[in-house]
Each structure stands twice: as C-alpha cells, then as structure tokens.
Design a protein around this ligand. Structure first.
Ligand SMILES: Cc1cc2nc3c(=O)[nH]c(=O)nc-3n(C[C@H](O)[C@H](O)[C@H](O)COP(=O)(O)O)c2cc1C
Length: 317
C-alpha cells in the first residue's frame, strides 16, 4: 500500500500545480522521467458535497501511477467521506495542503494559514490517517508570520510527530516570500533531520544544476518540481542524466513536437475541444525563448483543433 518505500532515491516528483498538473500533463511528466506525480489541489468540501466538476477532475489514467491526490480544506469532519471517494478512483496516496498562499484560500483560513492553528492541522492529519490505508503526505512552507507570531514547519512537524505521515514536500520559502527568492536550504536540511519520513525539497528548481544543488545542500530524499517544468517535462530526465552521468542534452525540435502533439491528443481525448483551449498556455511555454516564438505564440493562442496544431507545428522550424 505504501508505494513511497518502493521508489528509488533521489525521488523526482511533479509538485501539485493548480491549472497545470491535470491528468494529461501528469502522464506526460511520468513518461518524461517523473517518479511520482501530484494532482492539482482538490477541495475537501467540494468532494464532500459531490461537486460534479470536482469529481470530473478526479478521472485519471492508470499509467500515471503512482499518483498522489492533494486535498485542501479545513474541516476534518469532511475528510472520511472525501477520502473514500478518492480511494474509489484508485489513487496511490493522499496529500494535505498546508502551503497554498492564494488569497482566496488564505482568506478562508486554508492552505498555509492553517499553520496558525496547529491543533486544527493535527486534527486534519489525524483524520486523514485514520480514514485510509493509503499513505498520507503533507506539503507546507518554511514558515508564516513574523517575530513572536511566526509559526514554522518545525512547530508543525512537532505537532504531528506521532502520526504516521509518510512524506513531507517542503517548499523552502516562507508565506511572506510567496514564490520568489532563494529557497532556504538550511531550513529544509533541518526539517529532513527532524522528520522520520521521506522529505521532498521544493522551490526554485529550474535546471539539473539546481536539482543537484538542492539535493546536496539539504540531504533531502528527493525533490518536487513546479514552475521549472512549465513547457519542459523533459527536465525530469535531464536531472536523472545529470545526477547519473554528469551531463544531459536538450531534446531536438522534432522530439519536442512529438511530445507536444501527444500532450495535445491526451488533452483532447480527456476534455474534448476544451482540452485544446487548455493546451494553449502549454504551447506558449513549450516555445518560450525560441527565436521567432512571438509570431507563433499568436497562432498557438488561437489553436482550436489537433489539425491546426499539427499545421502550426510543421511551420515552426
Ligand atoms: C500556478 C501555481 C499553482 C500552484 N498550485 C499548487 C497547488 O495546487 N497545491 C500546492 O500545494 N502547491 C501549489 N503550488 C506551489 C508549487 O507546488 C510549488 O510549491 C511552488 O511553485 C514552488 O516551487 P517552484 O519554485 O519550483 O515553482 C502552485 C504554484 C503555482 C505557481
């Protein structure tokens, strides 16, 4: 049941990213070297109240496994039912979000602001662990607040230390840092020493060199990749190559086009025409930084069918 212990280290994980780590992109990342993939955050409340849209988001391809479903919310009493639904879909693990800084989540005291109420954090983790045999993991940040009001990941870990949490993904920035600045390597290292389960270090990993540095400076068991894989799912394989052989290569344009087309077809298969619309942002990311990409970006943001995409890709030389 605990798939985590079968993964070879260092573990390369696709971090949860709302609006990005849907089923098609998770599969693309698994095929590109990710060892485990996380879903976008899913509302506990929405599952509890059987939201049709949320239930649709739970559909996934078994080839993605191991795939961890991330839940967010602040009502432990809703977790048993929400987790039962997740189990029925066949997910490999359940993750709880204690790190999201989005205004609308924080305004409802969810995500990272849950750290301000450690008793509630504990209740959520305990309720999850008692509701399932699937491995439970948590994702959080280094800290929230300043001075005497600061709550840290260490306070959080102390509070849940007797609960059977298997994995911690730690974003090495504080709430106040949001998404910029260097991750705090020393604090991640300290968390790794304190937590007995698996630690995945996250934040600012945009290249194989960043990945190596993160692993060396923190001693973490693996890493979580987020914005670094926007338009670059092959970063997973590049990291593996760099860690094993000290070098890596960039995919050729034709290899890239093949991956992009597969990605688009998976999107269309799962979501119909809307899948192609959702693909547009990925297309812009895939061609970021290329000479002449601006002209093509205008075409990519209008693409409506696979045929149109094929034609535009053919034109891109
Ligand atoms: C657009 C966007 C959406 C995100 N959605 C989630 C989410 O659903 N759940 C979560 O725990 N973190 C979420 N994150 C945070 C990432 O998982 C990650 O912790 C953060 O981006 C830092 O890693 P990076 O510097 O490699 O991007 C999101 C980040 C971004 C940029």
């Amino acid at each position: 049941m605990n798939f985590w212990k079968n993964l070879e280290k260092p573990i390369l994980a696709l971090a949860p990213i709302a609006g990005v780590t849907d089923s098609p992109y998770r599969l693309i990342c698994r095929e590109s070297g990710a060892d485990v993939v996380y879903t976008e955050m899913i509302s506990i409340d929405a599952l509890y109240y059987n939201s049709k849209k949320t239930l649709q988001m739970l559909e996934f391809n078994k080839k993605e496994k191991p795939v961890v479903l991330q839940l967010f919310g602040k009502r432990p009493e809703l977790l048993p039912k929400a987790i039962k639904i997740v189990e029925e879909f066949g997910y490999s693990g359940i993750d709880l979000n204690f790190g999201c800084p989005a205004r609308k989540v924080v305004a409802h005291e969810g995500g990272v602001s849950l750290l301000k109420n450690l008793d509630l954090c504990r209740e959520l983790v305990q309720s999850a662990c008692e509701s399932t045999k699937l491995p439970v993991s948590v994702k959080t940040r280094i800290s929230i607040g300043k001075g005497k009001k600061m709550v840290t990941v260490f306070d959080f870990l102390e509070k849940i230390k007797d609960l059977p949490v298997k994995t911690l993904m730690l974003h090495g920035r504080s709430y106040e840092q949001a998404f910029s600045g260097e991750p705090n390597f020393a604090e991640i290292k300290k968390a790794k020493q304190m937590f007995s389960g698996i630690v995945l270090a996250n934040g600012g990993i945009n290249s194989p060199e960043d990945a190596k540095k993160m692993l060396e400076l923190t001693g973490a068991d693996g890493i979580g990749l987020a914005r670094g894989i926007f338009g670059r799912p092959w970063l997973f394989q590049q990291i593996k190559d760099y860690l094993e052989k000290g070098k890596y290569s960039e995919p050729s344009l034709s290899q890239m086009k093949k991956i992009i087309l597969r990605h688009a077809k998976l999107n269309e298969k799962m979501k119909g025409k809307h899948g192609i619309i959702e693909m547009r942002k990925h297309l812009c990311w895939y061609f970021r930084g290329f000479d002449g990409a601006a002209k093509f970006r205008e075409k990519f943001v209008r693409v409506e069918t696979i045929e149109e995409l094929k034609k535009t890709l053919k034109e891109f030389k």
